[in-house]
Write a protein of this length. Structure first.
Ligand SMILES: [Fe+2]
Ligand SMILES: [Fe+2]
Length: 261
């Protein structure tokens, strides 16, 4: 029996959360989804995640939230947020950072699904090598289950593509997040790993990657700081549905979702 995973790209503030509340149940029914994972690094006002916002997202039916470079933004409660085993952050931050980088979920049928979150290093912070940390973490997770899903939160297409090829055949899927722009390159690599460079975002598309256009343009024009506000119009939900053979852990299909809400 295949199991089906729905992964939702970066949920941006309240408009993104409202889109999830409206559409998630329908998507789960239509695609007979077993596990729902979403990137939550921008879910609270566009920057970070709070306990309250995470609670709202879990009540909608999300089983696990992944993070990225913005997961640390709500500094006053980041340790509390990351104490929840249903919220993970990139595994390749230095030892001592709050939280963990992976989790093991169970489908309603009792199948274990491992989820690993990693962050890239090109045009981002110089944290530990995502390739070497992937080797270490995947070896450990595969002692529990053959099904491993990776959210690789990275800026550079080349880094995401390279890690996809590097892990082909070892994991069920690697999908990218962080750019907030969905790419149209979904495929199953030759050794059975589903791949998509970037899942995109769930939020306002009348925006610059989810944030207000005017203040972003002002920042580029003046090179001065400006206060970013989450944009509110033209809401879309970006996600991917991946089906995986439960015995081999190989991907059987990958389907991209880009829907108006
Ligand atoms: Fe993001
Ligand atoms: Fe990010």
């Amino acid at each position: 029996m295949p199991i089906k995973i729905l992964f939702v790209g970066d949920i941006i503030g309240k408009p993104g959360r409202q889109a999830m509340s409206r559409e998630l149940h329908r998507l789960v029914d239509r695609h007979t989804i077993d596990i729902v994972i979403a990137n939550g690094e921008n879910a609270a006002g566009g920057f970070g995640l709070t306990v309250e916002v995470a609670k709202e997202l879990f009540s909608q039916g999300i089983h696990l939230l992944t993070g990225g470079n913005h997961i640390w933004d709500k500094k006053e409660q980041v340790s509390l947020v990351l104490a929840d085993p249903r919220i993970i952050r990139p595994a390749n931050y230095p030892a001592g950072a709050p939280g963990v980088g992976s989790a093991i979920l169970k489908t309603p049928g009792g199948v274990k699904v491992a989820v690993l979150n990693l962050e890239g290093r090109v045009f981002m912070k110089s944290i530990e090598c995502p390739f070497l940390v992937a080797d270490r973490e995947i070896k450990r997770l595969k002692q529990e289950t053959p099904i491993v899903f990776v959210d690789f939160h990275a800026e550079a297409t080349s880094e995401k593509s390279a890690l996809g090829w590097y892990l082909d055949g070892q994991i069920s899927a690697l999908v990218g997040t962080h750019t907030h722009v969905q790419t149209a390159d979904e495929r199953i690599l030759p050794q059975g790993t589903a791949f998509l460079t970037d899942t995109g975002m769930t939020g306002s598309f009348d925006s610059v990657i989810g944030m207000g256009k005017e203040e972003t343009i002002y920042r580029f024009l003046t090179q001065l700081p400006s206060k970013f506000e989450v944009a509110k119009k033209d809401i879309r939900l970006n996600a991917v549905v991946i089906s995986v053979d439960e015995l081999s852990g190989k991907a059987l299909s990958i389907e991209r979702i880009n829907m108006a809400c």
